[in-house]
Design a protein around this ligand. Structure first.
Ligand code: ATP
Ligand code: MG
Length: 367
């Protein structure tokens, strides 16, 4: 960074490709030093948003500000932004050190300073000793580290990542996620990270911005997005969920909703969104890890009896699919007791969960 960290602000930003709306009226503020992920399915406008911040695409409407200054008319090479892509985009015939130095050489920095900064960046991404290799002599993870060093070495105000880890295998991806997060924190650089991998977004972000169809549908900390999703779409995208159907029967005294589970007919009080009225259909979302197996009676839980329909053993956890009068409920059980401790298909079980762990929202449009 050339000075104190700079934030990024988008207001009313829109982009059309011919008749295709790629981004529709985006409002997004990234605070100085914050790491924000844009999360969403293929085609929701993540890359287009990133490219507009970088200046590689011009918005059709709205304003982009970097460090409080309007950037719409600023060409990409004057925005002081570092970018890392899925394809490493390295020069194949240049060495690692030459690849990393490229942006500094273009800026005509003195040779000694270039060498010092390159050595620094290589240390930051743990590439020491590989200066002379060319990209074809590196592993995928090492190539991505070169791309990262190349983005960092110019001391950008903002770092943009577009699915940089998508091509790496799972173990390496997880390690790089932690490394990128630590590095981002250490350097304190404002960062926007595009991904369609929910675990990656949860691992990396101060804040997750979920996009759908060119719009932001929810923005919050990883905990808020996971625990309190505002819609079926967000909930389903960020993790596994049980979706119980219910009908609103009225308002509870504390302002919450009274609902009746369908088809079981059980009546419950839940916290619900405003604007719901008696007769409305709603969905009650419950994460599988909130469901307990055979809990003691009277623990303030909702208890539901059922029969195990299916058991999925995953080593660290087991998923129990349980048929209940209120619909199918999946419970995630830690395997503290080992394989033998889990119930078998056909067993009768009782499940329990806290009413407060259910999140109420409108059912998905297509249901
Ligand atoms: N150069 C282009 N010309 C025409 N349409 C485009 C162009 N680039 C993107 N689009 C369209 O704009 C929409 C948003 O694309 P974008 O690349 O931003 O999505 P994305 O969220 O990055 O998806 P992915 O996860 O697949 O990378 C899509 O409908 C896409 O087909
Ligand atoms: Mg993309």
């Amino acid at each position: 960074m050339s000075g104190p960290a700079k934030g990024v602000a988008l207001s009313g930003v829109a982009k059309w490709y011919g008749k295709v709306p790629a981004v529709r009226g985006l409002d997004l503020e990234v605070a100085p030093g914050e790491m924000v992920s844009l999360l969403g399915p293929s085609g929701c406008g993540k890359t287009t948003t990133l490219r507009m911040v970088a200046g590689l695409e011009a918005p059709d409407a709205g304003e982009i500000r970097i460090g409080g200054t309007r950037a719409n008319e600023v060409p990409p090479w004057r925005r002081n932004i570092g970018m890392v892509f899925q394809s490493y985009a390295l020069f194949p015939h240049k060495s690692v050190a030459e690849n990393i130095a490229y942006g500094l050489v273009m800026r005509r920095l003195p040779r000694a300073e270039v060498a010092a900064r390159v050595a620094d960046a290589m240390r930051q991404v743990q590439l020491q000793g590989l200066d002379e290799r060319v990209p074809s002599q590196l592993s995928g993870g090492q190539r991505q580290r070169v791309a990262l060093a190349r983005a960092l070495v110019t001391r950008p105000d903002v770092l943009l990542f577009d699915e940089p880890l998508a091509a790496l295998d799972r173990k390496l991806r997880e390690r790089m996620q932690v490394e990128i997060r630590q590095l981002q924190r250490a350097v304190g650089i404002t960062t926007i990270f595009v991904t369609h991998d929910q675990d990656e977004a949860l691992t990396l972000s101060d804040r997750i911005v979920v996009m759908e169809g060119g719009r932001i549908v929810q923005s919050g900390t990883p905990g808020e997005i996971y625990e309190r999703p505002g819609s079926h779409f967000v909930s389903d995208f960020i993790g596994m969920m049980n979706a119980l159907r219910a009908t609103v029967t009225g308002r509870a005294e504390d302002g919450g909703l009274r609902v009746r589970l369908e088809p079981g007919g059980r009546e419950l009080a839940v916290a619900g969104p405003a604007g719901m009225a008696a007769g409305d259909g709603v969905e009650l979302m419950l994460r599988p890890e909130k469901v307990r197996l055979n809990p003691p009676a009277g623990a303030g839980l909702i208890h539901v009896g059922g029969t195990v329909a299916h058991v999925v053993y995953l080593g660290a956890v087991t998923y129990l699919h349980v048929g209940t009068p209120d619909g199918l409920v999946i419970a995630m059980l830690p395997n503290a007791g080992g394989d033998a401790a889990a119930p078998r298909q056909g067993d009768a079980v009782t499940l329990g969960w806290r009413a407060a762990d259910m999140v109420c929202f409108a059912p998905p449009r297509d249901a």
